[in-house]
Design a protein. Sequence first.
Length: 276
Amino acid sequence: MRGGRWWWVLVLLGMGWLGMAVSAEPDPEAVRRLMEKYEREAAEEAAKPAPTVDYDHEAWKAAAECGTAACFRAYLEDYPKGRYAKMARARLESESESRPTAAEHPKMPSRPAQTLLADRYRDNGDGTVTDVQTKLQWMRCSLGQTWRAGTCVGEAKKHAWQAALGAAKAMNRQEGYAGYRNWRVPTIEELKTLVYCSSGQPKTWNDTGETCKGDNLERPTLYQPAFPNTPGLWYWSSSIHGDLLDYVSNVSFVDGHVYADNKVSGNHVRLVRGGQ
């Protein structure tokens, strides 16, 4: 029995020591060392280089999503020794083997140019219109679409900015379009001239870069009879956005405003010729 009592005494003493340890004040030196450790870790994390954009990979990703020979050629033009160059050349060889002959894919005759749309766009009868004010000639369809039976059919493709520039160059190197081989991505000043505010606010032909306003606003905010089946989304220009070298000015045809987007983003493209 006496041994049992001593055991309980030891247990009670141990509980007392534990309580003292829990209620004791923290060691200032230990706290200081811990704070120094956290500060060192934070400084090391801040000193790490920021992650960089893999432009080669992003350009290949955009070309693969586009899937056309023009996009693969655009990738090779920008990255002839890129990691995906062999794959791009293989895709081009595959495209050339499966391309239909002229007899299999005859060219449709053009309609006579005579219609003037909204007193602004002259219908050239070949899938293009000419702006009688700016004298710019525009493709009626976005890249990825085809002009057929008076409208744009198919899906408008999104491109990274470099891929968009390359697609225009590739088209010019091949057959061109509507008999011309000098198509290009428009400047931001040119692209803004397409904005059409059906409300008339701030102006009907809204080249200000400001948002179209008013009730019952028709979207997309461009003259749809001239540019049918246009996605009400963002379109690339060729203009770098101010001092932001990795950003390009765009127009949102959701509401007509100008904004900036990173070059690796995917946006739609409408090509133009003339001007400049």
